[in-house]
Design a binder for this molecule. Structure first.
Ligand code: DC
Length: 219
């Protein structure tokens, strides 16, 4: 038997980060937030003042980076940079960064090598389709547009990040467009994924639903 892989995809604000981490904790599995890889590279691009058109420099950053997780915290080259990943600056350009195909290939390699020999829960946009096409359980979490904006607004507020409702609406709209239109790794519903509309569900409801699905698949 190989390692057990639970892959969870969905659009921005669908709640997948919170849910995926809770599922990982429930089963004591390793959690891999694949969006954090794109955010980390974006953070490095900004920190090193690299132009978004300088693909070679961006790919070199990604090639040389070392990633791991401590719980749901991303450790980049030995340093916990989790707090830097949700800044407005990162948020603004991360979806553009995530459209660089060669970067996706490098980051997918990092993700797969981190997942090796572990039971994992991974979340992102293409974990159920490109990164882990043979995942044991695939979940697609969705929510209506307005609900996703409100969730991201509340999430930011709880983290003391101030963004207006309109700013978040614009950002999510733009990210949805980019997520769906990527030529590689676009957000799509895998035919064998369980689709859950979370708009009217509490976090506990969603977690219980997913645990029921997982237990059903294992039997
Ligand atoms: O899930 P998130 O909001 O942290 O993702 C950050 C960005 O990275 C978002 O624009 C989508 C992109 N992303 C991606 O292209 N592929 C993934 N597997 C995960 C995230």
């Amino acid at each position: 038997m190989g390692n057990f892989v639970i892959a969870i995809d969905g659009p921005a604000g669908s709640g997948k980060g919170t849910i995926a981490y809770e599922i990982a904790r429930h089963y004591n599995y390793y959690y891999i937030d694949t969006g954090a890889f794109y955010r980390a590279i974006t953070y490095l691009i900004l920190k090193n003042d690299i132009s978004l058109t300088d693909t070679d420099a961006i790919l070199a950053l990604a090639d040389n980076a070392h990633f791991s997780f401590k719980g749901n915290h991303l450790i980049l080259d030995g340093i916990d940079i989790t707090d830097q990943l949700r800044s407005k600056e990162v948020e603004k350009i991360v979806s553009q960064v995530s459209c660089i195909k060669e970067l996706r290939l490098i980051l997918n390699r990092h993700i797969l090598s981190l997942a090796q020999d572990k039971d994992i829960v991974a979340d992102g946009r293409d974990t159920t389709t490109v990164i882990f096409p043979n995942a044991n359980v695939k979940i697609y979490l969705d929510a209506r547009f307005e609900a996703r904006i409100k969730r991201r607004y509340d999430q930011n507020k709880a983290k003391d990040i101030y963004s207006s409702y309109d700013e978040i609406r614009e950002n999510i709209e733009m990210r949805d467009r980019r997520d769906q239109m990527k030529t590689f790794g676009a957000l799509t519903l895998a035919p064998d994924a369980h689709y859950i509309d979370t708009t009217n569900l509490s976090i506990e409801d969603i977690i219980n639903k997913i645990i029921n699905i997982i237990e059903g698949e294992v039997k």
